[in-house]
Ligand binder design. Structure first.
Ligand code: IVH
Length: 680
């Protein structure tokens, strides 16, 4: 390679890596697999090493990615957050050990092997044992302050539990990884699929996207988790013992969530055995893992080994290549979701992949097919993204034949033939026909499903039949079913028909949240439906609600748990005439759901008083405090006004506290509140 071509190639690769960094770290929407990304970066590093004259200046090989996003305050880490060097090869892992041995002038070295969690890095600061801040890695030097979002993680204690004989450090930065469990990832994707919204490709993307939401209620509704494994700044120095393995034990002792298994290994052979054992057991972990991290165990030797600004010399990630397979793309079918979104699905020649047979994979949307230039008849690569949903990564173009034909995305809905539309700002194409039989089917199936009205006898197949017969053209028709019609469905169906009709009748008095959830409003899951039911008390009030009923002038939520994203989705839902009509029709048909019981007050200490709760209280959740207020005859409101009697403020209280101060409303803390509760 001539220096000229090398220079040009370096420039191209830098631009390419920078583009993928942006998609991965800032947008949480990677276009290529981790493996391909690592290879790209490696080619760049190799070229830069061969042609050092061009290795100067800004290169993505010399820095960690940058995850900083709009809307967050930035915070400077007391000690930079580094990345890790990685390899996919056993030989290179062994070289890492040899190199370290040379640097440290030792033959024997003790290591710790940990799972490499596929999430996103954060640094937590505890001062005198109390959580004061959570910051993302950012560019390694400074990151986004995501404390409020991190506090939604239920398994993360606000305060460290004392450990015998180990005083809690005055200040400690503890590093770890925020992730989403595979179960939670699946739950959210099922909701999105039902709603016809694009699916998240991996739990990591979903966790990254969630941590950077500005809508805290939405963050709380999607359960994030965290594990902690690393030490940053610590004062006094040495307060955490002398080894990485000891640090793990201490972190666990403090009550912090940490990795379920680590290995100590006194030789590189034992390191390799541990890595392989981890690979065998990692699918049982609640988080996705993409490798093993091998670290020197003695902290003193870690310090001695040092590192570059980007990565330590005392640690190395060994990454497990995601299993991928090549197979034939036989055709493309289109799935139509509840809201009419058309999703292209690859029909594949069945192939074995990570323990299962894969015969279908998602192609996401029309733009993805065009971008990857995927043609029917191609040999395509499939991979399980985050080990779960199979995706078509791309084409083996070397095997393309002239018979391979580009896929023409349908211009009409494959079910009802209505011309498809693309809404402004969306990549998806939709069938705009509200009466499209698939949409009707999915809407009714959702309404009748276990998580919603839970109507016995109204499973997926029964709904299909009712829609096929045109007896059901929408949810309301369930309440207009005719017994004589149903009896024509077969011989001796009398009993099942009567049971079904009784179950439908009983659903008229279902709990209100079930009906709200059943309407299939975008973003509104069961939890949000419960909050809405409690606040509005009936469907009519929810359908008529305006922006200010959800979000106060200072942008704070009026209803605990309901943020702006959801508020806008609810308003948009009921603005559609067919949805507004459904709410009215249901009521006319006698659907009269039961509002949640508000427990009758047992005392009257707070009668006539209105409280606003804000921030994190030391010993109880805001809901628990709210229940205590209501039990004493008081009211809880979501926004501060002159009529507010008290603002009960905890840590990280935001604009509600400011507003209370501006209006001269009395602000109390939890201790004061407890005194009021105990007062005679
Ligand atoms: S140690 C200076 N340990 O992987 C040491 N990192 O690719 C840096 N990661 O930025 C981190 N699991 O976000 C460490 N057990 C583990 C990890 C881990 C996941 C992440 C971390 C890091 C990235 C590097």
């Amino acid at each position: 390679m001539t220096p000229e071509t090398a220079q040009q190639k370096i420039a191209e690769l830098r631009a390419e890596v920078a583009r993928h960094d942006e998609r991965y770290h800032r947008q949480a929407q990677p276009e290529i697999s981790d493996f391909d990304y690592d290879q790209l970066k490696r080619s760049l590093a190799e070229l830069e090493a061969r042609f050092p004259q061009f290795a100067t200046g800004e290169s993505p090989t010399g820095r960690v990615g940058d995850d900083r996003a709009e809307g967050f305050a930035t915070y400077r880490h007391r000690l930079p957050m580094q990345s890790l060097d990685n390899t996919y090869s056993e030989a290179e892992l062994r070289e890492f050990h040899t190199r370290l041995g040379r640097v440290l002038e030792r033959v024997e070295l003790d290591y710790v092997v940990e799972p490499k969690i596929d999430g996103l890095a954060v640094s937590l600061t505890y001062e005198h044992g109390k959580l004061v801040r959570a910051v993302t890695r950012g560019n390694g030097v400074e990151g986004d302050d995501v404390t409020a979002n991190i506090r939604t993680i239920k398994t993360l204690p606000d305060e460290l539990k004392p450990v015998k004989d180990a005083p809690i450090p005055e200040v400690i930065e503890i590093r770890g990884e925020v992730y989403m469990t595979l179960a939670e990832f699946a739950r959210i994707n099922v909701d999105r699929e039902e709603a016809g919204e694009p699916l998240y490709a991996t739990p990591r993307n979903l966790a990254a996207g969630t941590l950077k939401l500005l809508d805290r209620a939405e963050v709380a509704a999607r359960k994030l988790e965290i594990v902690l494994y690393g030490l940053g700044y610590c004062e006094p120095v040495g307060a955490v013992g002398e080894t990485q393995s000891g640090f793990h034990a201490l972190v666990r002792g403090w009550g912090l969530p940490t990795v379920e298994k680590t290995w100590t290994a006194p030789s590189i052979d034992e390191v390799w055995a541990a890595v392989q054992e981890l690979d065998r057991m990692r699918r049982d972990f609640s988080y996705a893992t993409d490798g093993a991290v091998v670290k020197l165990d003695p902290l003193k030797l870690q310090r001695e080994a040092g590192g570059t600004s980007k990565a330590p010399r005392w640690a190395m990630a060994y990454k497990f290549a995601a299993e991928r397979a090549e197979t034939l793309l036989k055709g493309v079918t289109i799935q139509v979701g509840r809201t009419g979104v058309l999703t292209p699905v690859a029909e594949l020649e069945p192939v074995q992949l990570a323990g299962t047979t894969v015969s279908r994979a998602t192609l996401h949307n029309r733009d993805e097919i065009a971008r990857k230039d995927i043609r029917i008849g191609d040999r395509v690569y499939v991979e399980k993204a985050g080990e779960i949903i199979p995706v078509v990564l791309g084409v083996n173009t070397a095997k393309r034949t002239p018979e391979c034909v580009p896929y023409a995305f349908p211009a009409n809905c494959p079910v009802c033939a209505t011309p498809v539309v693309q809404l402004a700002g969306e990549v998806a194409l939709r069938c705009p026909n509200y009466a499209c039989p698939v949409q009707v089917r999915r809407r009714v199936q959702h309404f009748a499903s276990k998580g919603c009205l839970d109507i016995d006898g109204l499973g997926v197949a029964m709904v299909d039949t009712l829609v096929d017969k045109s007896w059901v053209r929408g949810i309301a028709d369930l309440y207009r079913l005719n017994r004589d019609d149903l009896l024509t469905l077969g011989k001796s169906v009398e009993k099942s028909t009567d049971n079904l009709l009784a179950a439908i009748e009983a659903s008229k008095r279902a709990e209100l949240w079930r009906v709200i959830h059943g309407l299939g409003i975008t973003h509104v899951g069961a939890t949000a439906a419960k909050d809405l039911a409690k606040h509005f008390g009936n469907l009519e009030a929810l359908a008529a609600a305006k922006y200010e009923n959800f979000i106060a002038g200072n942008k704070e939520s009026v209803i605990n748990g309901i943020g702006e994203t959801m508020a806008l989705a609810i308003i948009a839902h009921f603005q559609k005439p067919e949805n507004a009509a459904l709410a009215r029709e249901l009521s006319e048909l006698g659907v009269n759901p039961v509002a949640p019981e508000t427990a009758a007050p047992t005392g009257n200490r707070f009668a006539g008083k209105t409280y606003v709760l804000t921030g994190t209280l030391p010993s109880m959740t805001r809901d628990e405090a709210g229940a205590k207020i209501e039990a004493e005859g008081g009211k809880v409101s979501g926004s501060v006004s002159k009529k507010t009697s008290y603002v009960l403020a905890g840590a990280e209280a935001g604009s509600k506290l400011e507003k209370a101060q501006a209006l001269g409303v009395t602000v109390i803390d939890e201790a004061e509140f407890l005194r009021m509760l105990a007062a005679e």
